[in-house]
Design a protein. Sequence first.
Length: 349
Amino acid sequence: MGFNAAGWFAGSGGGPLVHGAVDVAGPGPDDVVVEVAACGLCHTDLGFAQGKVAPKHALPLVLGHEIVGTVVACGERATAWKGAQVLVPAVLPCGKCAYCQAGRGNACPQQKMPGNDIHGGFASHVVVPSGPLVRVDGFKDAEFRALGVVADAVSTAYQAVRRAGLTANDLAIVVGAGGVGAFTVQVAAALGARVVALDVNEDRLKLSAAHGATRTVMAGDPKATRKQVLDMARQFDAPPLRHKIFECSGTTAGQELAWSLMGHGCTLVFVGYTIEKIQVRLSNLMAFDATAHGTWGCPPEAYGPVLEMVKHGKIVLAPFIEEGPMAKVNDYLGAMANHTLQRRMVLIP
């Protein structure tokens, strides 16, 4: 069974996404077809659209990896999903390999990412494997559409906090309070940590202060910013052992600043991505007996707690997102490139 599906394709060499027909054939035995209700817009999409980052799938490729929708067709081994409202994780692990069995499905070498490995959610329909899907209950209309950002931005923040081993006695230092960083602030605060949020945008800091940040810092001169943050940490009586530093800006300046905040026994987690290289002294890890992690996406089994936090208001979405028609995706990508988007866009087909 095929579908008359359409989507927004990235081509070679960058340029605007092009609208066209998507070949949505009948799903494989373990696959489903999801009618897209909403798909979030991420900086990763911008990198692909501009041609600065190459997706794994050959171009042209339908972008978009923050998907919620309804299952409208199923393969023969996935019939239990028919009619279900689902969230499609941004990382779709195989569920069978050693990584998946160890609870590290987000590092699965066989993973599929919509809008990267396979056609994504800037479309009317998308075909995805059923195994990693997350069934969504108790959300309606705008609340359901808003969950698109949970597929990546919120769940990635949750996984970063989980990766850091953060506890209620810790001080979370979040470098970059927009996008994933804003949700990292909320998750850390919901788990009982005190949170210092850093950014170069005053509006983002005000929003973070209203939703979890104990203190905020306008980042500027690196040395002065470092001193201000560490002075706050001393006021909190939080030794570096209790510092969990999250680099969420995806900028060279942010990564360098996060590294400079390293102290004895602290933990750093790198969440943001930039194609640019930075120079750091790796020996600081040895000298401070510190720990640095990378984190990528979120394993499907961790989505349950995230959705519960959203359902019970421990993570709020509405102030951080804005709905818009998918037909204006190129306008939103342009605004993102010019740093004029104030909220994370949720695109409606």
